[in-house]
Design a protein around this ligand. Structure first.
Ligand SMILES: [Zn+2]
Length: 224
């Protein structure tokens, strides 16, 4: 069987040779046309005036079959949005994800302690995926210890990045790959990852695909 590349987070339409999740966090209206998508409010774009309305929209639509995950959403200490507002908005989305039992694609910048604390306090059971990982080994270890999944993307293309140094330390069943908002093919990300992991590319495709099916609860009969 020819296994597809799996791209769990892209801001663009998923390529033909891949299966994956189109992110609809800044413009929800496109979610209905995507085969699989995630819906959520990105911490850069929270607007206090409309946030309640947007959360209601997410809640209403999160049950749709093609919505595989909530997100990307999260915490970003470099964002100009008030951190307490970020936290409240993130927590509201985590609660929706628990209600509908769908994973969360997380954007986290310089707020990993808070992220881990929130997971514990809310007693979350849904899979939580930290996307675009490019932090050090210690943080990665903390995340893995606390049950998070980790997704790597464009940072793998930069020699000597944290992502390059850390990817081989991640258990294979906690690993995902993505293109995010970068104009790069998922095939290219897989090629770099397979070299760094010293794993044959087909084996890697199979493994990540199997992680995807399990984590996102994919019904194969619904597969495109
Ligand atoms: Zn993104």
């Amino acid at each position: 069987m020819n296994i597809s590349y799996t791209n769990i987070h892209s801001h663009f339409l998923i390529e033909n040779d891949a299966i994956g999740i189109k992110n609809s966090s800044t413009n929800f209206s496109d979610f209905t046309t995507a085969k699989y998508c995630s819906i959520g409010i990105h911490p850069w774009y929270i607007k206090e005036k409309i946030v309640e309305q947007e959360l209601f929209y997410i809640q209403q639509n999160s049950i749709a079959n093609n919505v595989l995950a909530i997100g990307e959403c999260g915490l970003d200490k470099l964002s100009e949005v008030d951190f307490q507002l970020q936290k409240n908005t993130f927590i509201a989305q985590l609660k929706i994800s628990e209600q509908v039992k769908k994973p969360v694609i997380i954007h986290c910048v310089k707020a990993f302690d808070e992220l881990i604390k929130i997971k514990k306090e809310l007693n979350l059971t849904v899979p939580l995926i930290v996307h675009g990982y490019n932090n050090n080994k210690q943080i990665a270890e903390q995340l893995i210890k606390n049950g998070f999944y980790i997704s790597f993307g464009k940072a793998l293309l930069k020699p000597n990045s944290n992502a390059v140094k850390v990817i081989s330390k991640i258990p294979m069943d906690k690993l995902f790959l993505e293109t995010d908002d970068e104009d790069v093919s998922i095939k290219c990300i897989f090629e770099v990852a397979s070299a760094l992991l010293i794993v044959n590319k087909d084996e890697l495709k199979e493994k990540i695909f199997s992680n995807f099916i399990k984590t996102f609860n994919i019904n194969l009969s619904f597969r495109p």
